[in-house]
Structure formats: C-alpha cells, structure tokens
Design a protein around this ligand. Sequence first.
Ligand SMILES: NC(=O)c1ccc[n+]([C@@H]2O[C@H](COP(=O)([O-])OP(=O)(O)OC[C@H]3O[C@@H](n4cnc5c(N)ncnc54)[C@H](O)[C@@H]3O)[C@@H](O)[C@H]2O)c1
Length: 397
Amino acid sequence: MPHQKRKGLPLYVAGLSCCFALWTTAIAFTAPTLQQGASAASGAWGVQQRQARNKHIARQALTVDLTGKVAFIAGVADTTGYGWAIARELANAGATIVVGTWPPVLKMFNMALKKKATDEAKKLDDGSLMEIAKIYPLDAMFDVPEDVPDDVKSNKRYAGVEGYTIEECVEAVKKDYGQVDILVHSLANGPEVTKPLLETSRKGYLAASSASAYSLVSMVQRFGPIMPKGGAVISLSYVAAVRTIPGYGGGMSSAKVRSTHPHLEFKHAPAFCVDSHLLRPKAQLESDTRTLAYEAGRKYGIRVNTISAGPLKSRAASAIGGDGEKTFIERAIDYSVDNAPLDQPLYAEDVGRTALCLLTDLTSAVTGMTMYVDMGLHSMGQSLDSPAYEGLDLKSR
Ligand SMILES: NC(=O)c1ccc[n+]([C@@H]2O[C@H](COP(=O)([O-])OP(=O)(O)OC[C@H]3O[C@@H](n4cnc5c(N)ncnc54)[C@H](O)[C@@H]3O)[C@@H](O)[C@H]2O)c1
C-alpha cells in the first residue's frame, strides 16, 4: 500500500513503537483514583473523560492516506464493538468501508444505521459521518453454498437473505470492488456458553472453533487472491488464548444469550465469550495467524496479525449477563483497571488505533504477530488487589 499524505486530516503514527511512545507520553490525563477505577465499568469514566483522552492522543508526526483502499470488516452489527471502532479509524484515514454482517442481525443493523442516534458514533475527526459503502450478509460458519443446511435456509432469520457464505461474499465484493486491500476479522461465536471445558461436547467445541477460528483461515484463503501485495489482515484475540482465566464463564446464564443458530441447534454465545470452550479458538487464531502470515506472505505478499484486546463492554459482551449487581464484562473491566499497569478502562478506539497501525504501511515489516492492546494487563504475573497483599500498597508503587 503506498503511503501518501492525506490532505485535511492529519493522522499521526510513526510505526508501532513510536505510536506507543507518543501514546504513553502524550496522553495528558489524570490517573483515576482507586474508587474511579473500581467503578469504571459502570460509568465513572464518562463521556467527558473519554473525549478528553481522545483529544490528547497525538495525531501528528506522519500522515496516513487510505483513500482508494477498500477495507472489508467482518463482524460489524452495531456501534459498540471493536469492528465498528476499527472501521471508524480506517474511514478517518480515507478508506472505503465495506462490512460483513451476520444475517440474523442484518435487518436490525440496517435500521440502526438510519437512525439519527447513530450519527455520534459515525462522526469522523473532520466532523463528517462515516459511510459504510456496502453491507454484505456473511455467516462465517459456512464456506460455500453446499455447506448451508436446509434448516438454516428455511429459518426465518435468514429469510430474504442470500449469498452469505464466505465464498459468495468474497465473490460479491470482488464483483463490486475488484480487490480488497484490508481485511478485518472481528467476530466470534460459540455454543454451550455456560459450560466449563470439562463439560463441553465435541459438537460445541468444534462449532466454536469453526465460527471463531476456522473462519479466519477461510477468509484469508478466499480474500487472499483478491488482495494486492502489501495488503493486510487482522483479527481479534483475547489473552485467555495463552493464560488461564479462572471463573470466566461459570456464572453466565444461558437465558441471557440472545440468539440460536438453527444449524447447530445450540445457543450462540456473544462474541466476548471467554468461557473455556471459546478459549481454544482464540489460541487457534493466534497460532493460525503465524502460519497464515507465512503462507499468505509468500503466496500473496500480504501481512496477517492479530490484536489481543482487553475487555470491552460491547453489545455482545454486555449480553453475557452477571450476578445481578454487575455484569460479567463490567467485572472484567474493573479487574483490568485495578490490576493493569495502565489503570484506565480500555475503549474500542484504543484498539481501533492500533488496528490502523497494523493495517497500514507504517508496519509493513510486521506480520505473524499477536499485539496486546489491553493496558498491559497481559504482562502482570499476579493481581494487585488480592487480599494476600493487603497493606503492601502495591497499586501505588
Ligand atoms: N468485547 C471484548 O471484551 C473482547 C475482548 C477481546 C477480544 N474480543 C473479540 O473481538 C471481536 C469482536 O467482538 P466484540 O466484543 O467487539 O463484539 P461485537 O458484537 O461488536 O462483534 C462480534 C460480531 O460477530 C458477529 N457474528 C457472530 N457470529 C457470526 C457468524 N457466524 N458469522 C458472521 N458474524 C458473526 C456478531 O453479529 C457481531 O457483529 C471478537 O472476535 C471477540 O472475541 C472481544
């Protein structure tokens, strides 16, 4: 991808290391108090703090211009998740945004996009609104039309939607745009959300892997031939791929899970399902990232990386449920604020900005990598808020 100046909208970033240096030095915000941190998920870090933080993110140094580049983002159905934030950053840099949306939520997403209430989330740095050039139906469970079983074809949530297998989706994008420069895989799904690994069935295990991990392989296989040399792919992972996260998933209520995949006759988990049987797909995703980087690098000259993101209160993650006092994801965010090196909540745009780096020529020599964007939580070996260390004041050392 050629890297040129973009008039009117200077977008920063001098490679990842520089970006992170700028980030950590140029963000002038006050560290939240413990109390703020503990209640971060429930809103103590409100709109103003968030805006202030974003305003102070350094947006100078280099300029990125993605005008004329086509970015396909798989897994966007509302404005709260990582896919949306990544799309917004790419749109800020001038890319043409096309998305792949799961058929059961396609209608809802189309309706939401037309509402005035969505305008704030669409707003770009120059005040204009992000345009999604086209929304393609996409069910990442299916590669080719022959894979789609009759019960899915006849399911009312798929009624009137056609061409949603990965192959058909790629064909449609190719017909419309000729090529794709940027591919983002921002989706995950899995049945048996309430079960620990010891109780997970083979069917449930393989279904989670199919939707959440193999889907990346299938997309790179099929998008690869229409990606020019220098193109870039990213996916979204989670630290549970490499570390055990005890207790996650155990308290999830299946009643809170909203949708059922007709093919599997299983309840489908929200995307942020860190239940044990969905950890394997994330481990697969990270391992596949390395192999795909090698194979697709040699074959097509494209780069493949994954971002291991911290907890985010996306719509899907919010649907996991909780114990009545707090949702599961709110507790995960509070834990991060209390225990990560950087004691602030993570926002979707934090991941969006790193994605932008990884998807441009600024990181043209970076491939096969898992990049943590989690306020550094992954680097901690023990928690700071354990009662075992009470009185040692570890948080302020
Ligand atoms: N939210 C978090 O805390 C968190 C943390 C680390 C990683 N992630 C990862 O980030 C990615 C995006 O998740 P998010 O939390 O931003 O939620 P999200 O709801 O914005 O994104 C998940 C998307 O996956 C789509 N989807 C589900 N099944 C699908 C299928 N079979 N085919 C096509 N699309 C399908 C959903 O419709 C949804 O749009 C996921 O890979 C998730 O595992 C999330």
